[in-house]
Design a protein around this ligand. Structure first.
Ligand SMILES: [Zn+2]
Ligand SMILES: [Zn+2]
Length: 286
């Protein structure tokens, strides 16, 4: 079965090229070509790794679906409408936990470690996040959404999130109330104090408004992670978080602090109660 995200690749490539042309025409120095190619390489490899991991994790979904007491009738419009919101809701929590739990951040940091903000950053995705990603979507299986319908809707959700990775689109009026937009997602990629760990939305920004994580774009966004990674090595970009976590784990005293290094917020060094400064997203103060 071909996933919508795979079918969308030529469209993504075309849009990245057009945007790059427009950005370079404005400001050649402000465009990091090497970073853009790194993003594209990471994107292709993440599709490959993601597909390999899904060979195993798809079974977890299928088993859970078997256990669902009620199966959704996917020949009705309302079941698709429900799936749209349920999948986006699951994405909100997957994304929020990916920022607030350190071992999950080790995957997601890949997406945030570019200091650019353009369409190529959208495809800069973790190679290995599929290992834990499925856990957040198992509830959809228990709700009785068939696997094929889930894959289709989830693909549409990810395709939606592509176009919001651009500086070329400003505010979008009343749409900003309901939908995740380039402005909202620029905030999400910001390391400005007030922008940290905000706007986790996929398609609908309503979840952030409901759960108190919404912030509007006001001052200019500084992109990336607190201590820039300064690497174009795709393998290092995908693995550095684990090495840094292992080091923090070694240095932590007592089991409690060691566990916090893995399951606690990535923003704190649990040995000294100081924000970490080792290339993860941490508060700027101190
Ligand atoms: Zn994020
Ligand atoms: Zn993003």
């Amino acid at each position: 079965m071909l996933k919508p995200t795979v079918i969308a690749i030529p469209f993504f490539a075309l849009m990245i090229a057009i945007e790059a042309y427009l950005v370079i025409r404005e400001n050649r120095e402000g465009f990091d070509k090497k970073d853009t190619w790194t993003n594209i390489l990471i994107g292709f490899a993440s599709v490959a790794f993601g597909s390999l991991i899904a060979i195993v994790t798809a079974n977890f979904y299928l088993w859970a679906y078997e256990l669902a007491p009620y199966k959704m009738p996917m020949d009705t419009w309302w079941a698709w409408g429900l799936l749209l919101f349920a999948d986006d809701f699951a994405y909100y929590w997957f994304h929020r936990f990916s920022h607030e739990v350190r071992f999950l951040w080790n995957f997601h940091v890949v997406h945030h470690s570019s200091e650019q903000y353009n369409l190529s950053v959208a495809v800069r995705q973790s190679w290995f996040s599929g290992v834990s990603h499925w856990i957040f979507y198992i509830p959809l299986a228990f709700l009785g959404f068939p696997f094929a319908a889930f894959v289709f809707m989830h693909g549409l959700n990810l395709i939606y999130q592509f176009w919001i990775h651009t500086k070329l689109i400003d505010r979008m009026g009343p749409l900003e109330w309901v939908f995740n937009t380039p402005s909202h997602h620029r905030v999400h990629h910001g390391v400005n104090d007030e922008y940290l760990d905000r706007n986790y939305a996929g398609i609908f920004i309503i979840w952030d408004r409901m759960f108190g994580t919404f912030v509007e774009e006001k001052e200019e966004v500084r992109y990336g992670i607190i201590k820039p990674l300064k690497s174009y090595n795709a393998l290092w970009i995908n693995t550095h978080g684990w090495f840094e976590m292992a080091e923090a784990f070694r240095n932590a005293r007592g089991l409690r602090n060691k566990l916090r290094c893995v399951f606690g917020s990535p923003n704190m060094d649990h040995t000294s109660k100081q924000p970490l400064n080792i290339g993860i997203k941490a508060p700027e103060r101190v």
